[in-house]
Design a protein around this ligand. Structure first.
Ligand code: ADP
Length: 301
């Protein structure tokens, strides 16, 4: 098969591993810099140009779209879809997962466990917003944050009020969430491909920190997950319409709760901590599912 990997850089671990895995399985694989794709939007014969030449003949595309280029990146994926190229994750599913509120609404509708989360716009509503999530301690999150940046633990009601007011004052969107203290600074990343969790790792925050992101000094090890966690992770990916997803769960006293569903999950942490060849499993999935013209928008919303 001819496979395109949409990625900003060939040096990224995940990109390198996907190239290795595809080549090892005998495929013709090319890294395509998402932001160097350009296209004529207004034609009945959709195409993509790349460094002066048309990009054609691809059977499948693996989108690795960073959060900062979601808008342009999803347009490029959509153009591949219009050309009949199979996208492992489709543009609509990527857009859904990038919008934290939309994601939570879709997950809630499927009855998937989520931390109690509030969203508001006006300062006058802050006291009731805090009540809605059960009071302090609570977590305030920037809607646009990634890698734990903009995730703030407020231990007291007073602190929560000031933090929320400050964010409203500079006009950024935030959500307010119950703090799951019993998680003990750990979360579980489940790597979902199709309807299976193929690998899972437990990330533990550094002492004195509640955010377990590896970029914030968290450490990772292979995790054994329960059937309920497996169901939750697979259900969350399906609710987004993602064939490949990194589903972050937190272990609460009332079962697994989804924190986030990532549509371009990194391979480095998960492959190193579990010793599972996730890249190879992604390529195998493509071999089983990629058919030209079979692209369809899965899921809802
Ligand atoms: P990001 O998308 O920026 O990584 P997350 O919502 O995943 O933000 O939060 C970062 C980390 O903070 C999580 O991996 C988890 O360890 C911790 N965390 C997030 N929300 C909560 C919460 N409601 N209760 C307890 N810990 C949380």
């Amino acid at each position: 098969m001819k496979i395109a990997i949409l990625s900003r850089s060939s040096k990224l671990y995940s990109t390198r591993r996907l190239v290795e895995a595809a080549s090892a399985r005998g495929h013709d694989v090319k890294i395509v810099d998402t932001l160097r794709c350009y296209m004529n939007m207004a034609t009945a014969r959709p195409s993509i140009n790349y460094r002066g030449k048309p990009l054609d003949d691809f059977d499948a595309v693996i989108p690795r779209i960073g959060a900062s280029i979601t808008f342009y990146g999803t347009a490029v994926v959509r153009q591949f879809e219009m050309m009949g190229v199979y996208a492992v994750n489709e543009s609509v599913a990527i857009s859904r997962s990038r919008d934290k509120l939309r994601s939570m609404q879709l997950l809630a509708r499927r009855d998937i466990g989520l931390p109690v989360t509030g969203f508001a716009h006006t300062t006058d509503d802050i006291p009731d917003l805090i009540n809605m999530v059960g009071g302090a301690p609570l977590v305030v999150k920037l809607l646009e944050g990634t890698q734990g940046v903009g995730v703030v633990l407020c231990e007291t009601r007073k602190a929560a009020e000031s933090v929320i007011e400050a964010f409203f004052g500079i006009d950024v969107n935030i959500m307010v969430q119950e703090y799951i203290a019993e998680a003990g600074g750990a979360d579980i990343r489940c790597f979902v491909i199709g309807d299976r969790v193929v690998a899972a790792m437990r990330r533990q925050a550094q002492p004195g920190e509640f955010r377990s992101n590896l970029h914030r000094g968290g450490s990772a090890q292979m995790a054994r997950i329960t059937p309920a966690e497996r169901r939750t992770a697979v259900g969350a990916a399906r609710a987004m319409g993602l064939n490949m997803a990194g589903v972050d769960l937190i272990r609460s006293n009332h079962g697994p709760l989804v924190l986030e569903v990532n549509s371009s999950p990194g391979l480095e942490g998960i492959e190193e901590s579990t010793d599972i060849n996730v890249a190879d499993l992604i390529i195998q999935f493509i071999e089983r599912h990629a058919r030209r013209g079979r692209t369809q928008t899965r899921g809802t919303g």
